[in-house]
Design a protein around this ligand. Structure first.
Ligand SMILES: Cc1cc2nc3c(=O)[nH]c(=O)nc-3n(C[C@H](O)[C@H](O)[C@H](O)COP(=O)(O)OP(=O)(O)OC[C@H]3O[C@@H](n4cnc5c(N)ncnc54)[C@H](O)[C@@H]3O)c2cc1C
Length: 412
């Protein structure tokens, strides 16, 4: 094998790849990021960054100075559009960012730490070689001791790992999700979306949900179709916007023009995330909440954990699957269970959305639990007991109220 080009090659300069590259470069490794696009670039996204992303201390100043609205309120509608709950809090539920700026800043953090970035470089495949891993690009082959797959849902390292584990190439959980941003007067935002109130329409026209994320001077609007549905996404998005216009939630005659779109997974995280000399992070390992579609924080956290594990594995010699295995255990025990729990909540919302929203209308505590769950600010696994316990109290009350026993008694 030819001399190695780097200690670690990272596929993709998204939140997962840039975070992994930064932590590895800080630990003295020679890191090369290969990115198919040229940064800064935009990305189809709501641009909501959950507040616990501020655990990455180096992000704090950037977010404080560059966020375009701190969301402190949430409204959720049910699929019949007849019921909604609203929740306001003094705490930030999430920060709105522009992905173009956010991702660009993350990769610059990595480069400031010493990582190298090669743009306009599409990785087409990976394979093992004597003493290293070979990374194929359209122009040449590069080699490294380890490769990190952080190229999103269609990542080539993830495909290699699935193939070598004999796992099927299953894309049935992917939805193609359109989103577009519409400039509006700030006074419109302040009137209609106080506290940068985020809005979800669960089950709108059979979708998972439609959303509005108001940001400074614009509305970020998208709709998440159910997986496997072949839909005219532009028409679906326009249908949602027409509904919003009818409710006064977007200026009249707002037209879909050139929405961005990207695949969003919903089946929960990958069962296998390491192999000999390889790990996958973020969307490549399907680390996206099946309830909310949130994935930026999981991408960053998995990138950090991958870097720490690779650092240790390289210090011990050959980065075998066994030496990289602690990475899988680390992310699984930190948020993997949570992502599974989110799948449970997603199913309940799809089945009983109206009942849940009606219960929450009457119970501020439950409203708070739901809003925090949807905004990704709480530990979903631990909450399952609290939600069920609260519903066990609320449900009989709700049924009793619906039956209205006093009225029945008075009639007698
Ligand atoms: C419509 C939509 C809305 C969303 N809204 C939110 C939200 O509001 N909040 C939230 O937290 N999450 C949201 N998500 C999810 C979030 O965007 C992802 O979870 C997150 O971007 C994952 O980061 P990543 O680094 O794993 O992958 P990505 O952000 O996809 O980055 C992958 C990078 O790899 C590059 N790349 C891909 N393939 C290759 C290749 N073969 N060779 C070289 N480079 C390659 C890409 O160009 C890209 O730069 C949304 C997703 C969608 C689709």
């Amino acid at each position: 094998m030819s001399p190695l080009n780097s200690d670690v090659i990272v596929v993709g300069a998204g939140p997962a790849g840039s975070t992994a590259a930064k932590f590895l470069a800080e630990r003295g490794h020679d890191v090369l990021i290969l990115e198919k696009d040229r940064l800064p670039r935009n990305k189809a996204c709501g641009g909501g960054v959950v507040r616990h992303a501020l655990r990455f201390e180096y992000l704090r100043d950037f977010i404080e100075e560059n966020h375009v609205g701190a969301c402190r309120a949430h409204r959720s509608y049910d699929a019949t559009l007849r019921y909604f709950v609203e929740y306001h809090t003094d705490e930030v539920l999430f920060y709105n960012v522009r992905r173009r700026d956010f991702d660009h800043r993350l990769v610059r953090f990595a480069m400031e730490a010493g990582a190298h970035l090669q743009e306009d470089t599409m990785v087409t495949g990976v394979g093992l070689d004597d003493g290293g891993v070979r990374v194929r690009t359209r122009d040449s082959d590069l080699t490294a001791r380890v490769v990190i797959g952080a190229g999103g849902v269609l990542d080539p390292v993830a495909r290699y790992i699935r193939r070598s584990e004999g796992l099927p190439e299953d894309m049935s959980d992917l939805s193609f999700v359109p989103v577009e941003e519409y400039p509006v007067d700030q006074s419109f935002i302040d009137d209609v979306y106080p506290d940068y109130m985020s809005v979800f329409h669960h089950g709108f026209e059979g979708s998972v949900y439609g959303w509005v994320f108001p940001k400074r001077g614009l509305l970020n609007i998208g709709i998440w179709p159910r997986p496997g549905e072949r839909t005219d996404v532009k028409a679906v998005l326009q249908g949602y916007i027409d509904h919003l216009a009818g409710e006064g939630m977007v200026p009249e005659a707002t037209q879909v023009e050139r929405p961005l779109g990207a695949p969003l997974p919903s089946a929960g995280p990958a069962e296998v995330s390491v192999s000999h000399r390889m790990v996958i992070c973020g969307d490549a390992a399907r680390m996206v909440s099946p309830l909310t579609g949130e994935g930026i924080y999981y991408a960053m956290e998995s990138g950090r954990m991958a870097a720490l594990t690779i650092d240790e594995a390289l210090a011990r010699g050959e980065p075998t699957a066994g030496r990289l295995a602690p990475y899988h255990e680390m992310w699984w025990s930190t948020f993997g269970e949570d992502l599974r729990a989110m799948q449970y909540y997603a199913r309940q919302v799809a089945r009983y959305g109206t009942t849940l929203i009606r219960l929450a209308q009457k119970d501020r505590y439950l409203r708070g639990l739901f809003a925090n769950l949807f905004m990704g600010t709480v530990d979903a696994t631990g909450m399952r007991g609290r939600v069920l316990a609260r519903m066990a109290i609320d449900l009989p009350l709700d049924v009793i109220r619906a039956l209205n026993p006093l009225k029945v008694l008075r009639r007698r």
